[in-house]
Design a protein around this ligand. Sequence first.
Ligand code: NDP
Ligand code: 8X3
Length: 252
Amino acid sequence: MNKTVFITGSTSGIGEACAFRFAASGARLILNGRDRKKLQTLKEQIEAKYTAEILLLPFDVREREAARLAIENLPDEWQTIDVLINNAGLVLGVDKEFEGNLTDWDTVIDTNVKGLLNITRFVVPRMVKRGSGHIINIGSIAGDAAYAGGSVYCATKAAVKALSDGLRIDLVDTPLRVTNIKPGLVETNFSVTRFYGDKARADAVYNGIKPLTGYDIAETVFFAASAPEHIQIAEVLIMPTNQATATIVHRI
Ligand code: NDP
Ligand code: 8X3
C-alpha cells in the first residue's frame, strides 16, 4: 500500500498489530504513543522485519496543544496523511456508575473521546483540502449497549460511534471515508489496564474462549483501508465466534 498511515496508541495491542500489518504492505507509518522508549523499540522491531519508512510522534492524545504542535509541524514529506487510525483508548475498573473513581473516568473520557477528537480535528482539515483520506476509528461492541461495570467506557465507545457517524455526514460531499471498527473480546493489554495490572484477573476475561488478537483486528482495519475508493466500509462489528453480545459468551 502506497499510503502514509498515522496510528495513535501504537505501542501495544491493536495499534501495534496495525503498525506491523501496514508495514508489511509497504505503507509509510507515523506512529504515536506516549512512551518514547516503547515507540523506539517498536520502530526497531518493524524495521528488522520490513523495509518501512517510520516517523515516531510521541505525545499523549489528551494533551491538545502537544498534539496540535506535533501534527502541524510534521516534516514536509510527512504532511500528507492518507489513513488516520484513531486507536488510542482504554478502560479503568469495573465500578458501578454511582461508585466509580472520578479521576479514572476523566482519564477514560479524555482519552477515548476528547483525545480522538483532538487528533481528528488536527488531521482531517488537510485531508479535506487535498480531497482524499480515510479516518478509521476503533470503537467497540461496548458502544452498542451498556454492560455491568462498563457504563462510562460504554458511553465513550457510543460516543465514538456518534462521532464516526457525524464525521461521515460532515464529509459526505467529499471523497473522504470514515470507518468505525467495533471489536468484541480481543486479548491485548486492554484487560490488564482495566484491572490495574492484575494479570490473573485479566487472563480470566478470556478463559474458555478463543479471543480475537490484535492481528485479527489489524487485518480488518487493513481491509477497510484497502477497499477501492468508491467503497466506504462504514462500520464493522467483529467478535470471536463464541461471543454473541458484549455479555453473552459461550465458554468451554
Ligand atoms: P492496549 O492496552 O493493548 O493498547 C492501548 C494503546 O493505547 C497502548 O499503546 C496505550 O499506550 C495507548 N494509549 C492509551 N492512552 C493513550 C494516550 N492518552 N495517548 C496515547 N496513547 C495512549 O489495548 P487495545 O489494543 O485492546 O486497545 C486499542 C483500542 O481498541 C482502544 O481504543 C480500545 O478501547 C479498543 N478496543 C479494545 C478491545 C479489546 O477487547 N481489547 C475491544 C474493543 C475495542 P500505553 O502503553 O502508553 O498505555
Ligand atoms: C472492549 C470490549 O466488551 O471488553 O471494548 O468492553 S469489552
